[in-house]
Design a binder for this molecule. Structure first.
Ligand SMILES: Nc1ncnc2c1ncn2[C@@H]1O[C@H](COP(=O)(O)OP(=O)(O)O)[C@@H](O)[C@H]1O
Ligand SMILES: Nc1ncnc2c1ncn2[C@H]1C[C@H](O)[C@@H](COP(=O)(O)O)O1
Length: 223
């Protein structure tokens, strides 16, 4: 039996923060890990060899980028497993296929053959009994306007220059995706329910909710 943190969260827990681009995943990931003394797993944006080119030409680079992200996330998954948990992870591997790859395929910016190849790879690597799923997926949600403001404020040029329709399509897809997601336990959190910029402790109620949720789901698994 692993030790419990102050908030009743097992010290070997794995928590994933999901949600659309700009909603606040990285910021919350750092804050939760800091409070819990957990390690972090961030997705690779700086130093990503495809991301800039991808935003300039989706058709040319969408397959390359998906394979790159899949490999990176899989390596991170291995690292988390080797440490025996105690991690907060910025974005889940499930969003790569459920949101990004599917969206580009549906919109015609990934060919059916590339999508099939990617899906086969994803299913063989991830959707197996051997792949450890997180204890909890925190789904961050907010209004589309607030999220757009955050994308602009963060100031990544490639995202600022991307048409607003792209972000709206993604936003709508996320709503549908989370309503149907059942691979691991989910906790929905509205971005207006905490204020990390002015009040660090505002995530304490969230940490309590996380503790209760993980304890409940672990009890269910044991019984
Ligand atoms: N709780 C918050 N309150 C206000 N601004 C926030 C909050 N969380 C994140 N932000 C801001 O929103 C932008 C996007 O946040 P980030 O964590 O990078 O999002 P994501 O990882 O989901 O893309 C950043 O400029 C960040 O400073
Ligand atoms: N799987 C992905 N396909 C395309 N683009 C992706 C994928 N995962 C992340 N991205 C992009 C979206 C953002 O521009 C950056 C970082 O995402 P963020 O939500 O800001 O952490 O990478």
């Amino acid at each position: 039996m692993s030790q419990l943190t102050t908030f009743g969260i097992p010290s070997n827990a794995v928590i994933t923060v999901a949600g659309t681009v700009g909603v606040g995943k990285s910021t919350l990931t750092s804050a939760l890990a800091n409070e819990l003394g957990f390690k972090t797993s961030f997705e690779k944006v700086d130093g990503n060899p495809y991301l800039d080119q991808f935003y300039k030409d989706f058709e040319r680079w969408s397959f390359h980028l998906q394979v790159y992200f899949l490999a990176e996330r899989f390596k991170e998954q291995k690292r988390i497993f080797e440490y025996g948990g105690g991690f907060v992870q910025d974005r889940s591997i499930y969003e790569d296929t459920g949101i990004f790859a599917k969206m580009h395929y549906d919109k015609g910016t990934m060919t059916p053959t590339d999508y099939d190849t990617y899906k086969n790879l994803f299913d063989a690597m991830v959707m197996t009994p051997y792949f450890p799923h997180p204890d909890l997926l925190i789904y961050l949600e907010g209004s589309f306007e607030d999220i757009l403001d955050r994308i602009q404020a963060r100031g990544r040029k490639m995202e600022q220059e991307t048409p607003v329709e792209y972000w709206k399509e993604m936003y709508d897809r996320y709503e549908h995706w989370i309503d149907n997601f059942n691979t691991c336990p989910v906790m929905r959190v509205n971005i207006n329910d905490y204020d990390l910029l002015n009040h660090e402790q505002s995530i304490d109620p969230l940490l309590e909710r996380i503790g209760k949720s993980i304890q409940t789901s672990r009890k269910l698994i044991r019984s």
